[in-house]
Design a protein around this ligand. Sequence first.
Ligand SMILES: CC(C)(COP(=O)(O)OP(=O)(O)OC[C@H]1O[C@@H](n2cnc3c(N)ncnc32)[C@H](O)[C@@H]1OP(=O)(O)O)[C@@H](O)C(=O)NCCC(=O)NCCS
Length: 204
Amino acid sequence: MAGIFGHRAGKTGRVRGGGRGMSADFTICPMSLRDCRRGLFRRFIRHSEDMQVWKYASGAGILVEEAFLRDWDRAKRRRMEESLRQNLRQGSAAFAAWKGRRLAGYCILKPQPLGSRGQYLLLHCLQISKQYRGFGLGKRLFRLACGEARARGAEKLCISSSPSADTVAFYRRMGCTEAAERIPSLLEAEPEDYQMEFDLLDVH
Ligand SMILES: CC(C)(COP(=O)(O)OP(=O)(O)OC[C@H]1O[C@@H](n2cnc3c(N)ncnc32)[C@H](O)[C@@H]1OP(=O)(O)O)[C@@H](O)C(=O)NCCC(=O)NCCS
């Protein structure tokens, strides 16, 4: 892995997580191709379930009762591993949370500007393995992606969020809002997703 940087508070570094009354040490740092060893995702649990999802009705987001289930089988985990490598080769930034040598979570920031003015960079794939959710790792990875997007000159982050009520609630908690501009290519790739954005220039 790329190493240990700085100390807590939004920076990469070691974190003592205390979610759900438990305690565990994690290392959070940028990822490089060297981190993408074979089998990286073997023990990664994507599983999430919900009974409510966000949908668009007449252009506006509404919350509806609908069963939602997402999981990765072995083949999908291999594809995600290859996709992470490909993203890194193509100039994406990636950040990881490690529990020892085990990947606890990661996110990818794509390099291509999107939107009518190129105002967005895409936060792609923010995922925390199920047993490590609720430790503050998602928040830390989100903030690192924001810092990197600012450094790359973006005004806003865009997110093609999984439509589950829980995921959207997490992004709202991070300060995200429904996307002011929906990106057609993202809609085409993930028609069921709920597009959100985060204002990187709003420091409050
Ligand atoms: C969504 C996800 C990334 C959140 O990561 P996490 O590590 O579990 O979240 P954190 O512990 O960092 O939570 C950060 C904050 O969000 C809040 N939050 C998290 N889930 C929430 C929920 N379902 N409803 C309301 N608030 C929530 C936490 O309470 C915490 O609040 P705080 O700032 O007051 O401490 C993670 O649950 C996950 O990977 N889910 C499955 C995959 C997924 O949906 N990924 C997004 C794809 S677009």
